[in-house]
Design a protein around this ligand. Sequence first.
Ligand code: HSE
Length: 434
Amino acid sequence: MKPVKVGICGLGTVGGGTFNVLKRNAEEIARRAGRGIEVAQIATRHPNPKCDTGTTAITADIFDVVNNPEIDIVVELIGGYTLAKELVLKAIENGKHVVTANKALIAVHGNEIFAKACEKGVIVAFEASVAGGIPVIKAIREGLAGNRINWLAGIINGTGNFILTEMREKGRTFEDVLKEAQELGYAEADPTFDVEGIDAAHKLTILASIAFGIPLQFDKAYTEGIARLTTADVNYAEALGYRIKHLGVARRTDAGIELRVHPTLIPADRLIANVNGVMNAVMVNGDAVGSTLYYGAGAGMEPTASAVVADLVDVTRALTTDPNNRVPHLAFQPDSLSDHPILPISACESAYYLRIQAKDHPGVLAQVATILSERGINIESIMQKEAEVQDGLVPVILVTHRVVEQRIDDAIAALEALDDVADKVVRIRVEQLN
Ligand code: HSE
């Protein structure tokens, strides 16, 4: 059978990795796919010194690839929202299948893109958009198809996890580690996407849609980054038996779906609390299977290429199947998506770590306890660091039981209004993940 012809748009970190993996493993890939997968054209403005592109046709114009009648599958690896959207929609219009690693594109414009793809009977595959090399989309969409998914929680930004790990283990500064993540090709073009949690929210939006069968709703995701985390909180969390991880959490409740990205205390003995460096991990809890955990490299040249190439193999295998019988883009049939709402963060439920800078004199703890008990907030543990009194202020650290966020918001406002409390109260959510 004739090889499938692929056009790669973008020869950066992931594009270069994809080219190299396709070339190096060509024979093995053909044995799996049933026919060869050949890169017929590459669109790039700059050569990638890590790729020997040999005689492969190169163009500087990405639209040459989508308009090339020879190309069966367009691989979109240019990133960003605007040009990438134009490119993908044009490829679909031209009847080409698309493979993309672009989580921003899928999270923000995916509903429109999938509708167009269904209309044209083409596939848009996006395994590499979430958690780099971990086949978590396939696991949820296909491997767990018999389950009602209850919740999922993941470390889904490698750069953020790399920064937190290096800060905790080596005491390095935030800026220093971020610079290294950029040099290693882990960080987004705009690294604020990594540190502010936007990249993780893109990925969480995608995972929630395929887990719960809802349209993509990135604009409703609650997003909080890691930039405001202090070493003090990292150390107090450790003393309480927790690790702080930047977590994306999606949970189904009767009232709606929680969709939130924020720093989170996790019990230190959980496997996921020990996922370090650029590694990602996603826990998925289904009613039949219970909790499952998927772990691997969440960013980088060849790990991400591994997912792109797997999609190319999937698309190649599916070329001859009836379009109506293919795996649906968002796991559920397009006319069976549910309108279960996404909850605002104030209606989400979690346990909380609070750090209060309190005046060191009698009665302060009693006031704190009263404010919490009046709002029905149960304290799980409390710690006062006498040794750390500074300017007459002592850090009081406590962990609550699970409660709706609105009550914690009210309690924090009341605590901050006390004369005996200085500064803002630090609040970090806590998940037991059991
Ligand atoms: N910037 C992303 C990360 C790349 O660090 O996880 C992979 O999506």
